[in-house]
Design a binder for this molecule. Sequence first.
Ligand SMILES: C[S@@+](CC[C@H](N)C(=O)[O-])C[C@H]1O[C@@H](n2cnc3c(N)ncnc32)[C@H](O)[C@@H]1O
Length: 210
Amino acid sequence: MGLDVKNILKKLSFNTFIPFFYPFMMLPLKGFRKEAVQMCNFKAGDKLIIPGVGTGYDLPDIPLGVLIYGVDISEVMLGIARTRLKLHEKNNNINLSIMDAEKLDFPSNTFDKAILGLFLTCVYDPQKAFAEIVRVMKPGGEILIYDHLLRTNKWTQPIISHLDVLMKYNFCSVIRIFEDVIKNQPVTVVQVKKGDPFGFIRGFLLRKDV
Ligand SMILES: C[S@@+](CC[C@H](N)C(=O)[O-])C[C@H]1O[C@@H](n2cnc3c(N)ncnc32)[C@H](O)[C@@H]1O
């Protein structure tokens, strides 16, 4: 991937301390993750891309027969995903590689499905990464986003922006707004699901316009 200055701190965090506490942070999301993945209408032979696949928590919920391409910038997160696959899965349709999702090494119109789980709040430039995903999707392809992307809120925004300064370079941003990330892209939102009573985590199913 070469020297990637904008991702230096993030790669360092995801290759050192984050993998240790990541499983504990993910526990509250376990139930909703499955529900969110089920928002996709998978068919056998579908090609699925998972940018920022991390340690592979989504993989067990994807039906067999789907061809999965997971990419990530962290060797350690991807290494854990590979170990987990060896231990638990008999699915040969999973390809995991180190790749910057802001510059995907796939031709346009390749994928039928994409799952962006806790990714758009983590990647350095969410607009650029989302545009890249839209580029590699086939027209009519489904993009599932589940994340703590916010609604516009002028009252809470100034407070949490302070917290954001501490977190956005080495872990995740807490002030990204769904509408800002997807704006100007040829996609339509077809379903939204709350992941908790307050809607802090939400699932969004989008379709690339034909
Ligand atoms: C919060 S984790 C989410 C992992 C997984 N999707 C999940 O739901 O558990 C975000 C992941 O995105 C990866 N990531 C951050 N920036 C990236 C980029 N530019 N390209 C690919 N992966 C990236 C991180 O290394 C990390 O594994």
